[in-house]
Write a protein of this length. Structure first.
Length: 371
């Protein structure tokens, strides 16, 4: 008998939108307000309120798809909130799998990214509301039939915040993401004016959310001599969030990412936590070398054979040394790393490869249904 399946969760962009609405309602204008430490440390405070609001918002956003999947034999969810809603009404024999897209437990992400981004995550994870919501998320994960993550290394982010996630993720299935950049004009983007032949330009592509390590990158760049043979173009963060410095070029939001990638020499990923970033895969498609913090899914890119220069930590000196190390490569060596990245994408990380990795998993799950 044919089995039906339905995804029933908000996309990551939907989650960010919901977070933004709730953040504004609870915390006001982010430029002028930070919750007092004593409020964050109180059980049942703003973090708990935000998590409850977010739960209701995501459940409302995914209600139609959950209703459509009521009679499905298999449901695949994409966040813990939708998973909890399905668990509440799951019928006997119905399979429920969850694909992980978040980079940390949601309570830590909310407290960190939407509360006090300047705080160290190690202190935030000890807050009572964060701890109680991590307990809830762990319990939710334990009730599903299976968890899907991009690679074994992606489990690191969750295990670092709470070792108990390791028990759940030890049985996870791995389905690596694939990606293809949108069409590009291919036009050259002028970033630093006239350049010496030895000058290299790296690209930071992403948000300034604290898990992305943008603040650490700024510290590393600004510790370099102002006449260093390297510059960093910053795409994503608002220009006002990028400090003025000769080695930094603020671009704000960029629509033609392909043209930007063709205009730089390498991609920079200094995530504090890393799942398996799509922007990194797009840079590999563009044939770019990668400067990566050796954490989580970033280590998987190295294992898969991408053209990487790895840095072991996010100390300012370590980042500065990494930038200078990749900038010191001559053009032939830099191009060779770029060809490695492109070959890795072509052979393992296209959208077709991702689809081909999904099919065997769906076949395996289907074989568990009674005939």
């Amino acid at each position: 008998m044919a089995k039906r399946a339905s995804g029933s969760a908000a996309r990551p962009s939907d989650l960010r939108s919901a977070l933004g609405r709730i953040k504004r309602a609870l915390f006001g204008a982010p430029e002028f307000y930070r919750p007092p430490v004593e409020e964050l440390s109180r059980r049942g405070g703003n973090i708990d309120r935000m998590m409850r609001e977010l739960t209701e918002q995501v459940r409302a956003d995914t209600a139609d798809s959950r209703t459509a999947a009521t009679d499905a034999d298999l449901i695949v969810t994409h966040d813990s909130f939708s998973t909890g809603a399905v668990l509440d009404k799951r019928r006997k024999g119905q399979r429920l799998w969850m694909m992980v897209h978040a980079v940390t437990p949601m309570a830590l992400y909310v407290a960190w990214s939407w509360g006090v981004p300047e705080a160290d995550w190690r202190s935030l994870v000890q807050l009572p509301d964060v701890r109680s919501w991590i307990d809830w998320e762990l319990d939710t994960w334990k009730q599903v039939d299976g968890v899907i993550i991009p690679c074994a290394e992606a489990a690191e982010s969750f295990e670092l915040t709470d070792a108990r996630f390791g028990q759940v993720l030890a049985a996870a299935r791995y389905v690596s993401s694939g990606a293809s950049a949108p069409p590009s004009t291919g036009a050259h983007v002028e970033l630093f004016g006239a350049r010496r032949p030895s000058h290299r330009i790296g690209l930071y592509l992403g948000s300034p959310e604290p898990y992305r390590g943008f603040d650490a990158l700024v510290d590393g760049v600004t510790s370099l001599p102002v006449d260093a043979d390297v510059g960093v173009a910053v795409a994503g963060p608002e220009a006002s969030k990028v400090p003025p410095h000769p080695l930094l070029r603020a671009l704000g939001r960029v629509e033609d990412v392909g043209a930007l990638l063709s205009s730089v020499d390498f991609l920079i990923n200094v995530n504090r936590f890393s799942l398996f970033d799509l922007s990194t895969i797009e840079a590999m498609q563009a044939g770019k070398p990668l400067l990566l913090h050796a954490v989580g899914g970033n280590r998987a890119f190295e294992r898969l054979g991408a053209g990487c220069v790895m840095i072991p930590d996010l100390q300012a000196r370590t980042i500065a040394d990494g930038l200078m190390r990749i900038a010191a490569l001559d053009r032939s060596n830099l191009d060779a790393l770029g060809r490695q990245s492109r070959a890795c994408w072509e052979t393992q990380l296209t959208p077709r490869h991702m689809w081909e990795r999904h099919l065997p998993l769906y076949d395996e799950i289907s074989r568990t249904f009674p005939t």
